[in-house]
Design a protein around this ligand. Sequence first.
Ligand code: M6R
Length: 600
Amino acid sequence: MCGIVGYIGKDASSQILLDALRRLEYRGYDSAGIAVISEKRKLQVRKIKGRLSNLELLVQQKPVTGSCGIGHTRWATHGEPSDLNSHPHTDVSQSIAVVHNGIIENHEELRAWLEKHHVDFVSQTDSEVIAHLIDFHYNGDLLLAVRETIKRLDGSYAIAVVCEEQPDLLVVARKDSPLVIGRCDDATLIASDVPPLLSHTKKVQYLNDLEIAVLTKDDVKIYNLDGDEIKRDIETIEWNMEAAEKCGYEHFMLKEICEQPKALGDTLRHKLDKQGNLVFPQDIETMIKGAKHLLITGCGTAYHAAMVASYVIEQVASVPVEVVIASELRYKTHIRKEDEICILISQSGETADTIATLRMLKSLGIPTLAITNVVGCTLSREADKVMYTQAGPEIAVASTKAFTTQLLSLFTIAALLAKAEQSALLDALKNLPGQAQLLLDRLEDIQRFAANQFNKTKVFFMGRLVDYAISLESALKLKEISYTHSEAFAAGELKHGPIALVDTSTLVVALCTQPALYTKMDSNIKEVKARGATALVITFEEVHTFDHTADMIFRIPKTHPLFSPILSVIVSQLYAYYCSVQKGNDPDKPRNLAKSVTVE
Ligand code: M6R
């Protein structure tokens, strides 16, 4: 969940590291730090609790020099956010520095062992053991010391290491945490994710688990744990710099909400031939069409995409779909079905629970298809097949365009499997990017509504079928960034308990996009209004069922009712965003959360 960066080149490294950390701040913002080796081979460490701006100030007051360094932005797991718990961590003599993203599960045992060898620890973190172990194994060869160290680590890590005695080297290693190497003509960089690299290069190399790389300013050598050198291709990133910048928007989240028409259009284009017919790579089509049972999984928002897909695929294709949260699926007994395949959904492709689930399913022999947004991510490399969403980098912690492009990808799978009406479904899909734009053209309406309602202390979302799945996603979005207590209910379940919570302080948002269930929803709205709640209805244009029940109606363009989630969720995303801003929160960096959950 933390972000790590590193630079070795001919230029001064401190500003390059700070700029890179700025682009990774979405991964954690409890503290930040850098370590740079000076021309006189002196390790200089600057680290401080709080946001990156604190570190920038510290570096202004106490500058560092040198063209080889590492940096870190932290999402605290072991030990409270504090200056001492911030990374980089050093050995006792302060000549070796390490930044780490992940969790060292056997850190207590290693700490006890190191203490017996007279090491005094200064922090409460699990990561500090890495610096002391490298020092313990260091005998003039940093690569060897790192290799011996990682052999002793259990858990997950992406690490970058610098050492005073070897100022022309940066050594990195990974297991179950992301790490990308950027190749320039006269410099080499590393980062936990692609955006920090984009202003320097689009040429990248990915490390696999249990690999170590030795970086100099003009070369990269990759080794396995046995010390054998591994050849790795250099790949080209397709994203451009603007994709990773705010481009005049106040927040990344608003930019990413507004990018949805383009992201949807790009994702759909990748699934159409020149004549506008649906076209899948042959191997993926064979895999999908050969399945008699679908298992779909993911965490958080990705799980909600899976839920929507289950309703849609079962209705149009009559293929049974089982949906399980990845953090549950990895631990439960899964009974393998005949001709079952699993679709794993993850924006980042690095979510620890989703990757562990993938490995569990592979061990059962179940074919796997990943839907992800990040080329080269762990999920894409380990799954049997991969479909990429074309959302561009999603920086804000709250997932928006990644979700709607996941939905669109899943809807194309539904259309591929559809028993009837395939061309009508496809036409509806083709209209969605434009309809999303029409909705976004009216964002001020939602901004005004949020300005009146943002201080509601209880917000409940309710719906039936796909509207229930979107209710869950809407409640998650609102709680994530506005810290409002929000919950979602299957509307029919209301009277089985949740209605006890409804009073005059409650806002109920009713998602009503399933024509066959309009009258049922209208009854539910009447029930909550009778208990004093305020009711906002989200429904299609030209629907008048709720005109006399709702306090306010927000109308979305008419689409196939199964595809309404892509449009209705945009309303919820904007509502959550504007509530967050009204409350003075930072929607891009909500408290306690990080973008990429690479720990359990
Ligand atoms: O990268 P992933 O899609 O695997 O992430 C899964 C969840 O952590 C993620 O969707 C999370 O729920 C978001 N913060 C939701 O906005």
